[in-house]
Design a protein around this ligand. Structure first.
Ligand SMILES: [Zn+2]
Length: 237
């Protein structure tokens, strides 16, 4: 029985470590996912800003072309003014000139707005590119770190699982089933006695039970919580 109880103590320790690994592992992929989604959002913002810049630049080119054409028209109309012979023709041309000049003023205003916007978009892009470069560096570093951690954890997990397989060979199915059932329900299945009490639920135990547990010759379960009670010698013992 001593051997079974000692194996159960070791089994509990292995299962505790496996449980910890499981908990840690759960958060690793989440972290990577979070970083990747941040990176994707930076890239997509940058693309949108580039598209906006492109559209503004196209509009600016069109407006500059339009202004040039309008300037040519005004000059042409002004030259024609010298050739007109009637007042009606003169008024019509003057009206034309005013209309085109008004259009030119509007275009000049729009050109100013576009030039300001383009400047600010270019600044945003430069900043985003810098940010994105820094972020990618950070992401790569994190990925490498996470991968190393994950590899280490996988190796440790495999090692623990191999140890577990060896260990349970020492324990009969009857005790193993009991152990598994308590572990599922209470997370810890094997507990020590301290100050004559079960350390799982703090229930006081009779001196006889404490004595029996110290002998490690029988399989004793806590009357209150059902955990397997064992004697774990302290260093000074
Ligand atoms: Zn108990």
């Amino acid at each position: 029985m001593k051997k079974v109880l000692k194996s159960l103590i070791d089994l509990q320790e292995i299962d505790r470590q496996l449980f910890e690994i499981d908990e840690k592992k759960g958060s690793l992929p989440e972290k990577v996912e979070q970083l990747e989604s941040q990176a994707a959002s930076i890239v997509s913002n940058l693309e949108n800003t580039r598209t906006a810049l492109d559209e503004n630049q196209k509009e600016l080119t069109n407006i500059k072309g339009g202004s040039l054409d309008a300037g040519g028209k005004v000059k042409q109309y002004q030259d024609q003014l010298y050739l007109v012979t009637t007042n009606r023709e003169y008024d019509a041309l003057t009206n034309e000139i005013e209309t085109v000049k008004a259009q030119m003023a509007e275009m000049a205003e729009r050109q100013l707005i576009l030039e300001t916007e383009i400047k600010s978009l270019e600044e945003i892009i430069a900043n985003s590119e810098e940010q994105s470069t820094d972020f990618v560096k950070q992401l790569d570093a994190n990925r490498i770190e996470l991968k190393q951690k994950s590899d280490l954890t996988d190796a440790k997990q495999e090692d623990l699982e191999a140890q577990r397989v060896e260990l349970i060979k020492n324990i009969s199915q009857r005790y193993l089933r009991k152990y598994d059932r308590i572990l599922k329900a209470r997370r810890r299945a094997v507990v020590a006695v301290e100050h004559s009490a079960c350390t799982g639920c703090h229930k006081q135990l009779s001196p006889q039970v404490v004595y029996d547990i110290q002998q490690m010759d029988s399989f004793i379960e806590c009357e209150n919580c059902g955990r397997i009670l064992v004697h774990i010698p302290k260093d000074e013992d």
